[in-house]
Unconditional design. Structure first.
Length: 262
């Protein structure tokens, strides 16, 4: 068995990731409009009506702005019950019958979904690991700092979409207010390229095959810098030829990447 993953959009202006098995099609977040999602899915022969559900990480607008449109199109929404009231305040109430609440792992079709807590400045922020057979894929962005729990949940995934938000020097020398710089670099903000590089080397020891760097800041990062920082760390630890590094962009889809069963 295998799982596939494709970034539809990743960044502070909108996030959406596609996960699939042969028979089940899931979105992680819907932070872009329905047309953007539909157009992206069409490139791989999938329609909105094929979607089995959308799982929500947290209530920030760049993760939920397209959620109502997806719900209106008949797509089931999966969210933690503590998050839904805050989503409703931002985008309006989603019909109760179109929402499934969870507080532990659950299944969508033939994909097991394992949510896990991450530190971020929202009510109940989550990342996810998806499992089908021996295939394992994780999506983890909007992380203030890395914990042992996060690493434990990411280990064993063949493909991980991981935040690589900013270069520390670019952030500190940039035009953001000091308050915003403190928020981004704080314990409930976003992780840097250097932090992502450290995580990459840890995960490389546990079977990581492809690392997708996501949620890159357009103001405080550049794709080439994120890529080179992570690749250098992998190279220094003897993994540059064993782990493929890809980038998830704000304004274009990534390629469809497969995670094969071990």
């Amino acid at each position: 068995m295998s799982l596939k993953i494709m970034s539809i959009a990743s960044g502070s202006h909108g996030n959406c990731t596609y996960i699939s098995s042969e028979t089940t099609h899931i979105l992680v977040d819907a932070g872009v409009n329905l047309k953007r999602i539909s157009d992206a899915l069409k490139t791989i022969g999938v329609g909105i009506t094929d979607l089995s559900g959308v799982v929500v990480t947290h209530e920030h607008d760049d993760h939920i702005s397209g959620l109502s449109a997806l719900s209106n199109a008949g797509v089931k929404v999966y969210a933690h019950e503590r998050v839904m009231p805050h989503i409703a305040r931002r985008i309006g109430q989603i019909p109760f019958e179109n929402v499934d609440f969870f507080d532990a792992g659950f299944e969508i079709g033939d994909i097991a979904v394992y949510p896990f807590r991450i530190p971020h400045d929202t009510v109940y922020p989550l990342a996810y690991t998806f499992v089908s057979g021996g295939a394992r894929v994780s999506v983890a962005t909007d992380i203030g700092h890395i914990t042992e729990g996060i690493l434990s949940n990411l280990k064993g995934s063949q493909v991980v979409l991981l935040e690589s938000n900013h270069d520390v020097e670019m952030l500190m020398k940039g035009s953001y207010t000091q308050r915003l710089k403190t928020r981004i670099s704080g314990a409930n903000g976003h992780i840097s390229n250097d932090c992502a590089a450290n995580v990459a080397t840890v995960l490389a020891h546990s079977g990581l095959k492809t690392l997708i760097l996501g949620h890159m800041s357009e103001e405080n990062n550049c794709p080439e810098l994120a890529f080179s920082t992570v690749l250098s760390a992998l190279d220094a630890n003897g993994f540059s030829d064993k782990v493929r590094v890809e980038l998830a962009y704000q304004n274009k889809c990534g390629e469809l990447i497969e995670a094969d069963e071990k």
